[in-house]
Ligand binder design. Structure first.
Ligand code: F6P
Length: 413
């Protein structure tokens, strides 16, 4: 029997998502897989039979190294929610027919909580039809909101980028004598893990941000303006980190308070953007002070030039663990990271039932946020710090990072 495997990427990318792909690829190859297929654009591409033979592109160890250092989903991604098999059996029959035609024994999906829903549904369906195909989830998200794992690959690098640029913005804010307020908008949907990372900017050579707002605590616009007013009276430059997902007490996203925001993606998530701009405009209007909004947007998840070595190493490891698990006969599991020791930092991998992960969002504990909800505690800083350590420099060619591209790889017939 052939030992063919298939791997896909789904949801928003990270700077190290391809290190997990490299981990799946290299381990599967080393463990004797025959063909390692890649789904273009996740499960959505698979349904259209957009499938490539990864061996055609990743030919040697140098290609593996390049892949590890290439940000954004190499295979392409999708935001596609599989219906329940009771609602649409035909879609499952189609997927399994494609997998059987390719003689697939193991299916790997690199993604976040919505992607783990796909693994859950496919592994459940496999049981009902007695299919031997194994389905394993490989965790990934800058949001760090996956249940069961200490942290998610992709988070450490995004946190490192956020801490670094916050530090640089604090410095930039000091150049003029006049008052200014910089509002930095940080991703993370309904969890404040990424925004909390702005606190790491505070160090011997940097005051750090003045205020930090996470979505875990309801946001009060009037209290916020009062605080900023007080700070403006006291100091020249104020830097504020806000999550894109902060909400008012009545449950509305702050970005929805501005005129235009009714965009949703195919997972049904509101596109969160404009929180920083809304607050910055409000500061100009109500306090008459110079203010600027900086939306880190996709920069924070594709900064391949500033990855954490810890993160990229773990991203690679979770890919490898997924393959070993599948080849040992496991299915319906997600690989997790377990922090064994904080100092020295030691982390291992394990497996976790994907049913306990799918569709859930892990939030920052309330006790890691200050009473007034405007900063994070030392505990949160301690948790993040080991994850941003060390660097893995890109392979630089003519002054630019070199990436590996998929463009010329044909779909298999
Ligand atoms: O889920 C990861 C993430 O980067 C979120 O932090 C962000 O809200 C979302 O993706 C943005 O997604 P998209 O690029 O599809 O708009």
């Amino acid at each position: 029997m052939k030992k063919n495997v298939i791997v896909g990427q789904s949801g928003g990318p990270t700077a190290v998502i391809n290190a997990s792909l490299a981990g799946v690829y290299k381990t599967a190859k080393d463990m004797g897989a025959d063909t390692i297929y890649g789904m273009r654009y996740g499960i959505q591409g698979l349904l259209e039979k957009k499938i490539v033979d990864l061996g055609e592109k990743i030919r040697n160890d140098m290609d593996v190294e390049l892949l590890k250092r290439t940000p954004a989903s190499f295979l392409g991604s999708c935001r596609y929610k599989l219906p329940e098999s009771s609602e649409d059996k035909a879609i499952y029959e189609k997927i399994f027919a494609i997998l059987e035609e390719l003689e697939i024994t193991a299916f790997f999906y690199i993604g976040g909580n919505d992607s783990m829903d796909t693994i859950k549904k496919l592994s459940d369906y496999a049981q009902t039809v007695d299919s031997p195909i194994r389905f394993i989830g490989v965790p990934k998200t800058i949001d760090n909101d996956l249940e069961g794992t200490d942290h998610t690959p992709g988070y450490g690098s995004a946190a490192k980028y956020i801490a670094t640029v916050t530090k640089e913005l604090v410095r930039d804010g000091l150049i003029y004598e006049m008052q200014s307020v910089t509002v930095i908008e940080i991703m993370g949907r309904n969890a404040g893990w990424l925004t909390g990372a702005a606190a790491l900017a505070k160090s011997e050579d940097c005051e750090g941000p003045d205020l930090i707002y996470l979505p875990e605590v309801p946001f009060d616009v009037d209290v916020f303006l009062e605080k900023v007013k007080k700070l403006v009276a006291e100091k020249q430059s104020i830097v504020i980190a806000v999550s894109e997902g902060i909400k008012t007490a009545d449950g509305r996203y702050v970005c929805e308070l501005s005129a235009h925001s009714d965009k949703t993606d195919s997972f049904g998530h509101v596109q969160l953007s404009g929180t920083g701009k809304y607050l910055s405009d409000l500061i100009i209007e109500k306090l008459g002070c110079k203010s600027r909004a900086i939306e880190l947007s996709t920069l924070q998840r594709c900064a391949g030039h500033l990855t954490s070595r810890v993160d990229i190493t773990e991203a690679y490891q979770v890919g490898g663990t997924a393959v070993k698990a599948a080849f040992e006969g496991k299915t319906g599991q997600m690989v997790i990271l377990k922090r064994v020791s904080q100092d020295p930092y030691i982390c291992t991998t394990d497996l976790y039932d994907v049913h306990k992960v799918a569709n859930l969002e892990k939030k920052v504990p309330r006790s890691w946020i200050t009473e007034e909800g405007d900063y994070v505690t030392a505990e949160m800083k301690n948790y993040i710090e080991p994850l941003i350590q060390a660097e893995l420099t890109p392979i630089m060619i003519t002054g630019q990072p070199r990436h590996i591209i998929i463009d010329d790889l044909p779909d298999i017939k």
